[in-house]
Design a protein around this ligand. Sequence first.
Ligand code: G4P
Length: 293
Amino acid sequence: MANQKEKQIHYFPGHMKKGLIKIEEKLKLIDFVIILLDSRIPISSINPDLLKLVSNKQKLFLLSKKDMSDQLENKKWLDYFNSKEDTRAILVNLKEQKEINNILKEISYFKKIKDEKYLKKGIKNVSLRGMILGIPNVGKSTLINLLNKKNVVISKNMPGATKNVNRIKIDKYLELMDTPGILLPKFEDHKVALNLALIGTIKEDILPLEEVFEYLISFIKKYYISNFNNRFEININEDTPNDKIIDEIAKKRGYFSKGNVVDVDKTIKAILNEFRNGKLGQISIERVEDVNI
Ligand code: G4P
């Protein structure tokens, strides 16, 4: 554990810049952006530099993994995003094909706005282009697979297109473009780093396991204690020390190393994995009232 505590967060500004430059190059062709966010940590899963870059574009926020987050918090997040200018937001479970229709319905509002603007100039049948953006692990590939199943045309490396950028033709007048390059998260802020580590976007070995665990447990104790007790068939409360929680779960699960000693790492990893896989129930980590924006 001592070694883990000494671990530092690695921050990669160079790589991040590259992704943003590629996006900036393509933005000139784009009418609107679809930004995927993880509904459990909507603010930490936005790259703030990206937001600045798309400040003059219309934005559709897709708050993904709604099946894994707290429904009450989700409603507050929707109000938060929908109150912003040029912004629409919906919650999505990208594991469900029918979600595509909700997404296309939202995009149709952007189409209507563009059509009306051009009709005033006497121009009909204008086409609309969007770009899909999001840090890793928020569901971009899953969304593109859903679109694929809807029988839209996805063409790779079309003439004039950047290498490896998918262009997805939804219909005659609507085209979506996948993120050119990789958009890395920004995690200079330690809390953002912890949030990203919790949902598995930052690899486990970058942050001390014990710290990530303590962070999760503080949320559990505050908001989701019954979920946790039900899952592990234990009976902890707000005042139960963390080492006692680990002992109890290790005993339940039989996580011991040689000499019958509790295997702390294995127990912590199991708890974090169960959170990431949604086994602890619907849990939101970021809350509107805690965010200072
Ligand atoms: P990315 O391209 O943005 O990096 O993310 P990707 O689509 O690969 O999604 C990351 C993981 O999140 C995948 O799980 C995917 O199935 C899951 N996921 C995406 N959207 C949702 C959602 O709305 N609800 C739920 N429950 N899961 C979602 P995985 O375990 O990495 O892959 P797989 O086992 O599903 O193949």
